[in-house]
Design a protein around this ligand. Structure first.
Ligand SMILES: [Zn+2]
Ligand SMILES: [Zn+2]
Length: 335
């Protein structure tokens, strides 16, 4: 089974989310389940649909999460879904290096909760009346050209309610939590990491909190381009190294690498290093590092370089320019 086949079978596009892949499978499954469909080929087709669904989900890196999603369903089926808090969905933007090597990343979670200073009311009661801060004691406020009764003091001009300074009267406070997330190597943009119990709290005290579902995004990189699991890189290189061969050092998401170049032509050369892209994960194979070496010629000539160029040209002239076929063909025809 390959990706195109699997997508075709389920009728999903290349950017289908795991949810829509599962939805597509369920729709097909209703028609093709051997218990429902008397067609003798139904069982086989059903098995292929299931395989396609699993394949695409695994490719999206969701094979591990399938298990936890299943347990979620059992909760729903057994009527406990209300006890569990909602999942929290959030994006996490990661460097390409982190996707390749793995490591820790921080994610900030913002939770809105009742302000602890005013228990969510937005004000605190005082024993003595205060001059109303909103209408400054007049009991009236301007709304456009009209004067209206001040809602904060109910027109009294003074109040026993003191606006809560901690939440500025809103009654809620945003609590920021910083979580350190372990990023396994091999994740790709669009993959999802599930952190159990880091979602919204349950409505009931005994209920379990939901999960935090982190959708992986890629931080744009000034050098590397990600193409599926492949990492693409342009590297300028001296034309003489392309001609004579030699060692070229290149950066890669997993560190510096040294390429041994064979002698060749001074034209753009593409070198692929299998397995040096984003590492394998689940059933997904490791990507390739694709390096495009583009030739550069010196723009500044020193006397020493000029001497070498002339010696080089003399050598080429002595060889009857056979080493530059394009040139010798032209000269043979027109001179
Ligand atoms: Zn007032
Ligand atoms: Zn408050």
């Amino acid at each position: 089974m390959n990706t195109t086949e699997a997508r075709k079978l389920l009728g999903v596009g290349p950017h289908a989310s795991p949810q829509s892949i599962k939805r597509a499978f369920r729709q097909h499954a209703m028609n093709w389940h051997p218990d429902r469909n008397p067609d003798p080929g139904a069982g086989e087709h059903f098995a292929r649909l299931a395989a396609a669904c699993n394949y695409l989900l695994e490719q999206a890196g969701h094979h591990k999460h399938a298990a936890s999603e299943k347990s979620e369903k059992t909760d729903e089926e057994s009527g406990h879904s209300k006890a569990r808090g909602k999942d929290r969905e959030q994006d996490i933007e990661l460097e390409l290096e982190l996707l390749c090597r793995g490591g820790n990343s921080e994610v900030v979670i913002e939770t809105r909760g009742k302000c602890p200073s005013c228990a969510g009311r937005g004000y605190n009661e005082t024993t003595h009346g205060q001059l109303c801060a909103r209408c400054h004691g007049s009991g009236r406020i301007h709304r456009g050209k009209a004067l209206e009764r001040c809602p904060d003091c109910d027109g009294n001009g003074y109040t026993h309610r003191l606006r809560c300074a901690a939440c500025d009267g809103k009654g809620e406070q945003v609590v920021r939590r910083v979580l350190t997330v372990n990023i396994p190597p091999g994740l790709l943009p669009g993959d999802e990491l599930r952190l159990k119990g880091e979602g919204h709290p349950a409505a009931t005290p005994k209920g379990h909190p939901g999960d935090l579902r982190l959708r992986i995004r890629l931080k744009p990189h000034p050098l590397f381009v990600l193409d599926g699991s492949d990492v693409v890189l342009d590297r300028p290189v001296s034309a003489f190294v392309l001609l004579a061969g030699g060692t070229v050092t290149i950066p890669s998401p997993s560190g510096l690498r040294h390429l041994e170049l064979a002698p060749g032509t001074a034209s753009t050369r593409e070198i692929s290093i299998a397995g040096a892209g984003v590492p394998a994960r689940g059933s997904r194979v490791a990507g390739t590092l694709k390096v495009r070496l583009s030739p550069c010629l010196p723009t500044v000539a020193s006397p020493a370089l000029l001497k070498l160029y002339r010696a080089l040209q003399t050598e080429i002239d002595n060889k009857g320019q056979a080493c530059i076929p394009e040139l010798s063909d032209w000269e043979a025809r027109w001179l």
